[in-house]
Design a binder for this molecule. Structure first.
Ligand SMILES: [Fe+2]
Ligand SMILES: [Fe+2]
Length: 231
């Protein structure tokens, strides 16, 4: 399926960030580079999202145009993936990945907080914040795995509209956890001379947050709208 089957013929600046992210493979890298929120705040037109961030709209649009022009015909946007396959992808690439990554990050954080106690650059409370994030995420993913996703696989019934609303609200809470993690760590930038563990911790955190944003984007902007429409 070609991209033109999905993309409306209007300039990127008039389309929402979430819709572009769902239909143009590779667009999320551009949004991430310019710190535009494409997951929880994805329902905002690109022009408005860029203005809010003070990001260069012309440059962003040019980068998206370039990606679109260079797309291979067999590159499939997330919006074209069938619901069952999309759920499988979310489970394997995100739910499993978060469960694998977070315990390791908590251990690393514990170590850094212990070894560098008293260092003014130390992200004091990071371990507790990560434990809280892991707890919230685990409860949320369980609800998706046990209730929402099986219902979505069975039908497109409006019965899922209410749980979808709740999951969207919980995604907003995850967005808040991401902002707290970024604030505590200065955007995951280790201080000069940071040890290997501290550097690895921030690298891992940045990776985890990028994956969590992709995860929320796929649910909020690609999977859930299929059921909003039914409701
Ligand atoms: Fe999920
Ligand atoms: Fe979710």
């Amino acid at each position: 399926m070609s991209l033109t089957d999905h993309a409306p013929a209007i300039a990127f600046r008039g389309r929402t960030v979430g819709e572009i992210a769902a239909t143009l493979p590779g667009a999320t890298a551009v949004f991430r580079r310019h710190r535009l929120d494409f997951c929880c705040g994805g329902d905002v037109p690109l022009a408005e999202a860029a203005a809010r961030r003070g990001a260069p709209l012309d440059e962003i649009e040019a980068a998206l145009d370039e990606i679109e022009a260079g797309l291979e015909p067999d590159e499939v946007p997330a919006a074209a993936i069938e619901t069952g396959a999309l759920i499988d992808h979310i489970l394997v690439c995100y739910h499993e990945a978060h469960r694998r990554d977070l315990p390791e990050l908590i251990l690393l954080s514990q170590k850094v907080e212990r070894v560098h106690a008293g260092n003014p650059a130390l992200p004091v409370g990071l371990t507790d914040l990560l434990r809280e994030t892991a707890g919230l995420l685990e409860m949320h993913m369980k609800k998706e795995e046990l209730i929402l996703f099986p219902a979505m696989r069975r039908s497109t019934s409006a019965m899922v509209a209410q749980p979808v609303r709740v999951m969207r609200e919980e995604h907003d809470d995850h967005g808040e956890q991401i902002r707290r993690l970024e604030a505590l760590t200065g955007g995951f930038t280790p201080p000069p001379g940071a040890c290997r563990s501290w550097t690895a911790l921030y690298l891992g955190l940045g990776h985890f947050v990028a994956e969590l944003m992709d995860h929320i984007h796929l649910e909020n902007n690609v999977l859930f709208p299929r059921f909003d429409a039914e409701g």
